[in-house]
Design a protein around this ligand. Sequence first.
Ligand code: NAG
Ligand code: NAG
Length: 119
Amino acid sequence: MRSSAILAAVAVLAGLACASPAPKFDQHAAHIAYTYPNGTFTKPFDVATNGQAQKLSSNNILVSDVFIAPPFDGRRYVLTSCSFQAPSNKSLGAVSIRKPTTVPVNPPSAISFVTCKSD
Ligand SMILES: *[C@@H]1O[C@H](CO)[C@@H](O)[C@H](O)[C@H]1NC(C)=O
Ligand SMILES: *[C@@H]1O[C@H](CO)[C@@H](O)[C@H](O)[C@H]1NC(C)=O
C-alpha cells in the first residue's frame, strides 16, 4: 500500500517536471530549451559559458521562446549573457540574466548558434 502511494507520487512529480523545462544546476554550463509556437519545447541543452559560438540548431523550426538557466555556483546563479544567431548567422539579439528566465523571440525565428558568457 505504502510503496504504491509513493510510486504514484513520483509519477505525479515526473509529470509536473515534463510540464515546463526544469532548471538544472551546473557550475559550468547554461541550460537552454526552445519553445515552439505550438507550445511544445525541447529538453534543456548544456551550453558552455565560454564566449564561443555553439551549434544549437532548432532544425529550421521557428522558436517563439528560449528558456535559459544560467550556471549555478552552489549558492547563486551566475550573471550570464547569451546571444542567438539565425541559420543565416543574422544576430537575433542578446540577453543578460541572473536567474532562469524565459525570453520571447520576436518575431519567432529559427536558431542555429548560441554564444553564452558568464561573469
Ligand atoms: C509542435 O511543433 C514542433 C516543431 O515543429 C513539432 O516537432 C511537434 O511535433 C509539434 N507538437 C504538436 C503537439 O503539434
Ligand atoms: C555562422 O557562424 C558559425 C559560428 O560562428 C560558423 O561556424 C559558420 O560557418 C557561420 N555560417 C555562415 C553561413 O556564415
